[in-house]
Design a protein around this ligand. Sequence first.
Ligand code: SIN
Length: 275
Amino acid sequence: MRITKSEGGVGAHVDEVDLSKLTADQTAELDAAWAEHGVLFYRDQHLTPEQHIEFATRFAEVDINKFFKKVEGHPQIAQVAKEADQEVNIGGAWHTDHSYDLAPARGSILLAREVPPIGGDTLFANVADAYEELSEGMKTTLESLRAIHTNADVFGANTEYAKKTGDRIANPEGVSTVTHPVVVAHPQSGRKLLYLNLAFTRYFEGWTREESKPLLEFLYGHVSQERFTTRFAWQPGSIAMWDNRSTWHWALNDYQGHRRLMHRVTIKGEELTAA
Ligand code: SIN
């Protein structure tokens, strides 16, 4: 197995491995590389749904997504789909999965089943390096803050997003709102991370939305600078396995008129603690 750091701002490529036949030593090596690099990219892993779930559960129990349509016969696998005649994709803005849960998902393992002839790449950003580069004054301010995360205006009943995604999402009763520290310690590496994201973070606890907006916008702009990001182009059988605490991701929606179908297994994480 060969692990090579990506040329971008986050992630590593893993080659010469068959994820359906991993040894315990290889699993441990991948686990350590995952914590170090934030996202691991693989090619030509044509796993069956059962093998996909088996691979994910080597790292933690499955954390079933409450809103996405499931793969038939496999409730552990969420379908991230966009049909040729649909306009809105799933995950088309910087976000991290399940930050609206008290114990957000540790990671997501996305397997490409069908990809458009061109486009449909995913961007990833490194929120650990981005945090480190902030000034000491800004870090001190952020370390004293908590932020409100919610999915009510995304997955709630009759939201614009729900209307546009149609039957690809369901269960508006499952919405939740929680608070997390803004700077958290990564549970495996101990590194300090900026735990905020554009899709689900709304405001700082004790601040108004209006007061929060300029600082949130500054931080989103800071993290999404090119030097912190990597772009991954998919082929059928490609896998990206990302850490939802140390990275953000954004599924680009630049392939109108073509189908894109991905299978995602999300695994459980723990409640995050202030760094
Ligand atoms: C997601 O946000 O989980 C999906 C990412 C993608 O489809 O590239």
